[in-house]
Design a protein around this ligand. Structure first.
Ligand code: BG6
Length: 504
């Protein structure tokens, strides 16, 4: 889609130094020591360190101190240099020297190799500086195998009390390993303390799906198989592997994106109304969706690998890992039986987009004269764009001005960037770290939900169809068209999103 920078956050200014309201006034949250494992990794650099620096500076978070740790044997200064570069390079908001110094004072680095006691000492020292009733938030930004040794370390360091733990996906790689991982974690932490993060659910636009569906009488009566023809959740990425070949080779698009992000977003789109917007009620409804999902049938799956993937550093020359996947799933319940849901995601594709598209059933066309154009551009669609500038659009046929009855596909669009609250948008990780500090599980994933998804993925994991190659910069292997026929992929868009007009 031309002209839409979906990978770019708005630049939002930090609150001016000194202008920060007293934190406890906003919400009484206990001060927190955040222990960040994997503090020099890709995710920490791109999202977590910039996000924590912003939260520390904003009025939203309580007083925090960061104990950063990783396998690297860095000194405190070396780590801070890396962290500053990350915050400056990847943060969407600019940080003054004074603001950086304020944040840096609150950071300690401990190499993981220094052992549990050194980590405990650093946490206790940070807690003393924060006063009473300090809580701990352990952020495990590490691969699944490393998560187990980190949990053992936290137990050995006696850091489980008063703590919550944020875990990164993948949560296992199949049903057996997910159960094993969940059992292992439950030996140390109770489910209450565990926050399995799916950053897609932290995106403003994903939460807007809930607001849109459940706060409006207009769409509620038509949100079912009688009116909706099919649904697409399409998340192509232009990005490649960056430095993540090691992680990606053993994960692939299905485990990296579909189980964690696409299915979770799908649950927001199709779930029954929860009795309240609170964690237990929402998890219950999401888990019902996963239980009603038909097992993924390999005949409905296209796996792809971009040309040149096997030549990438860290990738096996005969790798069978998919860098692309498209699939059709069904939810076998009263609301959705017979409505196909198409999912697609992949690396090094033509565009970076994150859309959910709801296609409505078509109206009879007979009353319109031949050549009027009715129906010629597909059905009416409701489209959610999960970009940081969250957007919603409704497309429909309308009359082209002038003589006769010619129809054009028109659209009504909404974008957060056109509102006055655009500056309040929180980056997904910021929102979710705050929620975890508040103990709010609403946007996190449960052990039960993940296990049902692995169960429904068993056939695909055991007997995946062969990967088909696709050229870099395309929409995937040709087989994607057969998969969706007689429907068609919405992307690339025929009509661009309306761009914000600058004020004149
Ligand atoms: C991550 C995946 O969870 O999500 C990455 O591991 C992917 O492979 C990323 O690129 C996409 O997230 P976003 O927010 O940039 O769309």
């Amino acid at each position: 889609m031309p002209g839409v920078a979906t990978d770019k956050l708005q630049t939002i200014a930090y609150p001016a130094a000194g202008a920060r309201p007293h934190r406890r006034d906003a919400e009484s949250l206990e001060p927190h020591v955040i222990v960040l494992f994997g503090a020099t990794g890709d995710l920490a650099k791109r999202k977590l360190l910039p996000g924590l620096a912003y939260l520390e500076e904003s009025a939203l978070a309580p007083d925090i101190r960061l104990v950063a740790t990783s396998l690297e044997n860095y000194t405190g200064e070396q780590f801070l240099a890396i962290a500053r570069e990350a915050v400056d390079g990847f943060g969407s908001r600019k940080l003054s020297d004074e603001q950086w110094a304020h944040f840096a004072e609150r950071v300690t680095y401990v190499p993981q190799g220094a052992g549990p006691q050194a980590l405990a000492d650093a946490v206790i020292a940070a807690e003393r500086l924060l006063g009473d009733d300090v809580r701990r938030l352990h952020y495990l930004s590490v691969p699944p195998k490393a998560a187990q040794s980190v949990i053992t370390m936290l137990k050995d360091a006696n850091l489980v009390d008063r703590s919550r733990v944020v875990m990164e996906k993948p949560f296992g790689t199949d049903l057996a390993s997910a159960i094993e991982l969940n059992d292992f974690v439950h030996d140390t932490f109770s489910e209450e303390q565990i926050f399995r993060i799916d950053h897609f659910l932290g995106k403003e636009a994903a939460q807007n799906i809930l607001a849109f569906r459940f706060a409006n009488g207009l769409f509620e009566p038509i949100w079912n198989r009688n009116f909706i023809d099919h649904i697409q959740i399409d998340i192509p990425e232009k990005l490649g592997l960056d430095a993540r070949a090691n992680f990606y080779e053993s994960t692939g698009a299905y485990k990296d994106m579909v189980v964690t992000h696409l299915f979770q977003v799908m649950a927001f789109v199709v779930m029954e109304p929860p009795t309240a917007l609170e964690p237990r009620a929402i998890s219950e409804e999401k888990n019902k969706v996963f239980r009603s999902m038909l097992p993924v049938d390999t005949a409905d799956v296209v796996r792809g690998q971009y040309t040149g993937y096997r030549e990438e550093d860290g990738v096996a020359r005969d790798s069978d890992t998919e860098t692309f996947i498209a699939l059709k799933v069904g939810i076998d319940n009263w609301r959705w039986a017979g409505v196909p849901i198409y999912l697609r995601t992949g690396k090094k594709m033509a565009e970076g987009q994150r859309i959910i598209s709801i296609a409505f059933k078509e109206a009879p066309r007979t009353m319109f004269p031949p050549g009027s154009g009715v129906g010629s551009e597909g059905p009416d669609h409701l489209t959610f764009d999960l970009a940081d500038e969250s957007k919603v659009s409704l497309s429909f046929y309308g009359k082209r001005p002038g003589p006769g009855m010619k129809l054009d596909k028109l659209s009504m669009q909404f974008s957060t960037q056109e509102t006055d609250s655009v500056g309040d948008v929180l980056e997904a990780y910021e929102r979710l770290i705050l929620d975890a500090m508040r103990g709010d599980h609403t946007l996190f994933t449960t052990a039960e939900g993940i296990e049902s998804l692995w169960e429904r993925s068993a056939q695909l994991l055991e007997d995946p169809p062969p990967v088909k190659s696709y050229p870099v910069g395309t929409w995937g292997p040709n087989a994607i068209h057969q998969l969706i026929a007689p429907n068609a992929w919405r992307l690339p868009f025929e009509r661009a999103w309306r761009e914000k007009k600058s004020a004149t």
